[in-house]
Write a protein that binds this ligand. Structure first.
Ligand code: SF4
Length: 339
């Protein structure tokens, strides 16, 4: 299949085979073909998002050495980065959530390690939610959940979750992929939107692995998909494998957008960068507190970026930013504007 065939198929909003995705990922990241795919992904993102990109503000409710031992994560017990554990108070959580709201984040996301008690997550959610403006979209990034737990999360005020089947899940961590899949089904059955991503991409992942994961994310009809590279945590074995370039990540962002159903509005990338947004990313995260890609306890003092930084990234790549609650987590997908 030629690039012309691929672009025509995309413009006709057809779905792609594994082999076609592998072909798209096989072009050198700096090639004319790759840039053409980035342009096509940008066209789709502009159309499905009505030309407006989003910024979500996320912060962690806790920091703890985590027994799931995802080797790319600074919280993993095996990585021995953080030895202490702490939880933020409800007052601190509300303050951070309101801070993101004031800065103009389109959604607020709370993150926990697997060790965080579920009942405490519900209590914190209720407290945060009652302090947010009624329209503010509230999202959780937490561990695997049963259907009754997912229903309780919905009742506590969450509109959606971030949940991903990670690359080499079950091989490079101690999480059962089947558990992830079951949780995604539970969240969706409870009426929670699921946003996801192809992550954490490293230089060792083959095009075939990436294509398979892109197809998986498309199959769950998420609120958003996207692509994010692995950030090396200094001193860990995984850091020795290195990191893909921003340009390669942008290519993955573009191929993911092209492969998603058009009902999926959002296309994320992390960490925030203009190459990613130029190539069709419409969701960036501002971050505060503990961060699994950082070896500092307060990421805002190191890797984490604020809402204004993300706005600047969008401005530099000619995106307008949505003013108001997230449309990625919306029940009414925008009709695709055909060129
Ligand atoms: S990514 Fe999440 S589940 Fe995995 S070690 Fe880090 S905190 Fe635990």
């Amino acid at each position: 299949m030629t690039l012309t065939d691929i672009l025509k198929k995309s413009r006709d909003a057809e779905s792609f085979t594994r082999e076609e995705l592998v072909r798209m990922l096989s072009y050198p990241a700096h090639s004319p073909e790759s840039f053409a795919l980035m342009s096509e992904a940008r066209r789709i993102s502009e159309a499905v998002c009505d030309g407006k990109a989003e910024i979500h503000g996320q912060f962690a409710l806790d920091l703890a050495p985590c027994a799931c031992n995802c080797l790319w994560c600074s919280f993993a017990k095996k990585n021995n980065v953080f030895k202490d554990q702490w939880r933020i108070s409800s007052e601190e959580a509300v303050e951070m959530a309101l801070g993101f709201e004031r800065q103009g984040a389109n959604a607020v996301l709370v993150m926990t390690t697997a060790a965080y008690p579920f009942s405490l997550l519900l209590d914190m959610a209720k407290e945060i939610k009652k302090n947010l403006k009624p329209g503010t979209v509230f999202i959780a990034n937490t561990s695997d959940r049963t259907l009754p737990q997912a229903q309780q999360m919905k009742e506590a005020g969450f509109e959606g979750v971030y949940h991903a089947l990670r690359l080499r899940e079950g091989i490079e961590n101690e999480v059962e992929p089947a558990q992830r899949l079951a949780s995604i089904r539970h969240f969706q059955a409870a009426g929670l939107w699921v946003g996801t991503c192809v992550e954490p991409i490293g230089p060792e992942h083959s095009n075939s692995e990436l294509a398979e994961m892109i197809q998986f994310t498309a199959s769950i009809r998420p609120a958003f998909s996207g692509a994010a590279r692995r950030i090396p945590i200094p001193g860990t074995t995984m850091a020795e494998r290195g990191m893909i370039s921003e340009l390669r990540m942008a290519q993955c962002v573009a191929v993911t957008r092209i492969a998603m159903p058009r009902e999926t509005r959002g296309n994320c990338t992390h960490e925030p960068c203009t190459l990613g947004t130029a190539a069709g990313a419409t969701l960036l995260w501002a971050e505060m507190g503990a961060n699994p890609r950082d070896d500092q306890e307060k990421t805002e003092k190191n890797r984490g970026k604020d809402v204004q930084y993300c706005k600047d990234i969008y401005r530099e790549s000619d995106w307008r930013v949505l003013d108001g609650p997230s449309m990625h987590f919306s029940s009414a997908p925008a009709p695709l504007k055909t060129p």
